[in-house]
Design a protein around this ligand. Structure first.
Ligand SMILES: NC(=O)c1ccc[n+]([C@@H]2O[C@H](COP(=O)([O-])OP(=O)(O)OC[C@H]3O[C@@H](n4cnc5c(N)ncnc54)[C@H](O)[C@@H]3O)[C@@H](O)[C@H]2O)c1
Length: 317
């Protein structure tokens, strides 16, 4: 995809964040690092919002796949009447790709990192971004669980580091969870809030803490649902229907666990129990037993349900 095109900037002033300084911050160029599931979605919404966007990855193949997938997603938006054709064309011209991280970062006002969920990898990347990006640039991470404070400590600009946690699929999901550390400046938060608004997202602000708001709350309900299933309070389907029909959750907690993967949820529960120093997140026996038996949810064919393709079938007690 070609770069260039009209460049619009976001100005974030003191409004929108407590403790924000008077100075304004300009976001004209967004660099997204990692062209996987999340990075390509973030790049798409940034370009569609009229921001010059550079998507980078180590792998040229990943970039080619991401470009094709973004082009097809934009085209679908046009066909469905959700995106005006001119807006999709403008987005295509504002989006470019690169395997040269340092060169891309040198032009960034905001970097959003979306590489693999690995603390050492992210620390190394933030060290390199800190060296390559202009001193005023904001460095954000899309991590869903890692401590932002540790990532920020790899840089000499912790005040300019913030979590920007998007949800999958990024063009569809309305939430942007902003994670601020004790050192994130008010100015940085104000700029991140303004970017979120520009991208059409609803923002929430959360202190850097294990599980942030989304994973912690989601897991609390998930673990309680598993305990209720284990105690025979109701069937898996009825526990799920309690939340779907009684609280308008789009999907019940046990079905969601099957989709996310029981092994993934077990790892998060162990992590939260340890980091928060509480047994509120101690994984229920049934979760450990199912994982030990290789029953990991939809991907293995069985979890709290038995799966036939996309269909979840109730298991016999
Ligand atoms: N997938 C989700 O549902 C989801 C939701 C919210 C947040 N997240 C978080 O977003 C991040 C990315 O997740 P994903 O699912 O998009 O991963 P992914 O595996 O789909 O993509 C990761 C990409 O990063 C690239 N990459 C790895 N190391 C790199 C480096 N040093 N420099 C440049 N590129 C590099 C890889 O080539 C790959 O294309 C993770 O931190 C994850 O926790 C994921």
């Amino acid at each position: 995809m070609a770069g260039g095109g009209a460049r619009r900037r976001i100005r974030a002033g003191a409004t929108g964040a407590r403790n924000a300084k008077e100075a304004t911050l300009d976001i004209g160029t967004v660099v997204v690092v990692g062209a996987g599931t999340m990075g390509r979605g973030i790049a798409q919404v940034a370009a569609l919002a009229g921001l010059r966007t550079v998507l980078t990855d180590l792998s040229a193949e990943a970039l080619a796949k991401a470009s094709a997938s973004i082009a097809s997603s934009l085209e679908k938006g046009v066909e469905k009447g959700k995106t005006p054709r001119e807006a999709a064309e403008a987005a295509r011209s504002l989006l470019s790709t690169s395997t040269d991280l340092a060169a891309a970062a040198a032009a960034a006002d905001l970097v959003v990192e979306a590489v693999f969920e690995d603390l050492a990898l992210k620390e190394d990347l933030f060290r390199r971004l800190d060296a390559a990006a202009p001193p005023a640039a904001i460095l954000a991470s899309n991590t869903s669980s890692l401590p932002l404070t540790r990532i920020a400590a790899a840089t000499r600009r912790p005040g300019k580091v913030i979590g920007m946690h998007f949800f999958n699929p990024v063009p569809v999901m309305p939430l942007l969870e902003l994670v601020r550390t004790a050192e994130t400046s008010g100015e940085t938060l104000a700029a991140a809030l303004a970017v979120g608004k520009r991208l059409g997202k609803e923002t929430i602000v959360v202190r850097d803490s294990p599980g942030f708001a989304t994973s912690r709350l989601g897991l609390a309900i998930g673990l309680e649902a598993m305990r209720m299933y284990e105690e025979g309070v109701a069937s898996a389907r009825d526990i799920d229907r309690a939340m779907e029909l009684g609280y308008r959750h789009p999907m019940g907690p046990l079905r969601l666990t099957d989709l996310v993967g029981l092994d993934v949820r077990l790892a998060i529960a162990d992590h939260l129990a340890k980091e928060l120093g509480t047994d509120r997140f101690a994984p229920p026996g049934i979760l450990r037993r199912l994982v030990a038996k290789g029953k990991l949810g939809r991907k293995s064919g069985e979890g709290f349900y038995r799966w036939e393709g996309e269909q979840a079938l109730e298991k016999q007690p």
